[in-house]
Write a protein that binds this ligand. Structure first.
Ligand code: T4K
Length: 393
């Protein structure tokens, strides 16, 4: 009886012929990319603040409505550099319900990530929980715009100001999204993007920090390039956070296609939304459609009313070649090294524990047509119904 739903669903619906991944890259015009790549090879300028990188930074800053965009080799290094440049130390408050890089970027620099709980409705940091975690050692807060939906920026700003804390936003998921009329990218002291292949906007690997603070931008540019100021002169300790020219070329091409990518994601999200409407126990996390959204994460919450648990649904989907993901299970506090350092952290994270056990992220992006999204949704609904029938039999 335990596998009733999975086996019954396999009889009714054949598995998809090709694996359907979450995070298939969105890719702009291939010909333009190859032309840019060819010109780059002709120029023999491959990295270190090249012309494509400079153009990408200019265009990204304009698109995001922010003064400075400092492109980096990936989002994790971008976070580390922002943390270093802002002088964080001691303890920094972060959600546990995020990709582990948010916490690692702190830990790697000898800073203790202190996990605060999320709001169960938004999956973003709960400002009241943040307040509870402040101690005399706290120097900053990193809010995450999870799933591309804005964190509570005003409330976190208020807390930061009251306690003299720095405020960073991990905007890895939120490229192209807005909060009200303001694009994500200019909230807090700095915002950090990931341009990884799986992200809405990608540069193969890559990332960026955006800020309106001139001094901070200058410090981050120095740190990104070993602290060099001109030839033979190092004026700051630094690392290598540089983005290559080939990555910048990919960024320029993808930026040209950003509206189409957004439209494709929106179509897919709407297909899922229509299919799941009114199905008990299967709730699609909504986007605020009145704002700019990238719709990159189709997040399905499996509630207690559902006839199958989240893990069973994921196993059944994988059997049908739908490689849905349990992002961000089980929460950073239950991953190394944090689970050993803070074995009782879960006591302060009741919403995180519940949500991490309920979420499935479904395939979308330009590689997935909307009718396939409808089929995936129907498959999930059928799997659940079969289980219910199986139990009744
Ligand atoms: N903060 C947050 C909130 C983040 O989500 C991330 C990254 C960061 C910070 C750090 O930024 P980066 O340093 O990564 O720039 C992936 C990514 O590696 C990671 O970038 C991302 N978050 C995280 C959410 O997802 P995995 O372990 O899920 O990757 P993987 O290899 O399982 O691939 C995911 C799916 O994408 C698979 O179904 C296969 C598909 N895929 C992947 C790649 C790379 C493709 O179809 N083509 C590809 O080229 O971590």
């Amino acid at each position: 009886m335990e596998d009733g739903g999975r086996h019954a669903s396999r009889e009714i619906l054949p598995a998809f012929a090709e694996p359907l991944h979450v995070g298939r890259p969105n890719i702009g015009n291939t010909e333009t990319f190859l032309r840019l790549a060819g010109a780059m090879l002709e120029r023999r300028w491959l990295t270190n603040n090249g012309p494509l990188l400079q153009e990408l930074e200019r265009r990204l800053a304009a698109f995001l409505g922010v003064k400075h965009c400092i492109a980096m080799c990936n989002g994790t290094i971008a976070l580390e550099i922002a943390i270093r440049a802002l002088g964080l130390s001691g303890e920094v408050i972060v959600p546990s319900y995020t990709f582990v890089a948010t916490a690692h970027a702190l830990f790697w620099q000898g800073i203790t990530p202190v996990f605060a709980d999320i709001d169960a409705d938004t999956h973003n940091l709960d400002p009241a929980a943040v307040r509870r975690m402040i101690t005399p050692r706290t120097t900053g807060i990193i809010g995450v715009h999870l799933w591309g939906r804005a964190a509570p920026t005003a409330e976190l700003r208020q807390i930061a100001e009251e306690h003299g804390l720095k405020l960073i936003f991990d905007a890895a998921h939120a490229f192209g999204a807005s909060h009200g009329n303001q694009m994500i990218g200019s909230f807090g002291d700095a915002e950090v993007f990931s341009f990884h292949a799986t992200k809405f906007f990608n540069t193969f690997e890559g990332g960026a920090v955006t800020t309106n603070n001139d001094d901070l931008a200058e410090a981050m540019r120095l740190i990104r390039n070993f602290g060099f100021s001109g030839f033979d002169n190092v004026i700051h300790p630094g690392t290598n956070g540089k983005m290559t020219e080939i990555c910048a070329a990919m960024g320029l091409v993808n930026l040209d296609a950003i509206e189409e990518m957004m439209a494709a994601n929106r179509r897919n999200y709407m297909a899922y939304k229509a299919a799941f409407a009114g199905v008990p126990g299967l709730t699609l996390l909504p986007y605020d459609e009145a704002t700019h959204c990238n719709f990159q994460y189709v997040v399905l919450e499996i509630g207690p009313e559902a006839s199958l648990g989240r893990d069973e649904i994921v196993v059944a989907l994988h059997e049908q070649n739908v490689l849905a993901r349990k992002y961000f299970w089980p929460g950073c506090h239950r991953l190394a090294p944090y689970r050993d350092l803070f074995p009782h952290a879960g006591l302060m994270l009741p919403n995180t524990e519940v949500i991490a056990d309920r979420v499935i992220v479904l395939p979308t992006g330009t590689a997935v047509p909307p009718d396939v999204c409808t089929q995936i949704a129907n498959l999930i609904i059928v799997i659940s119904k079969n289980r219910r029938n199986g139990e009744a039999a």
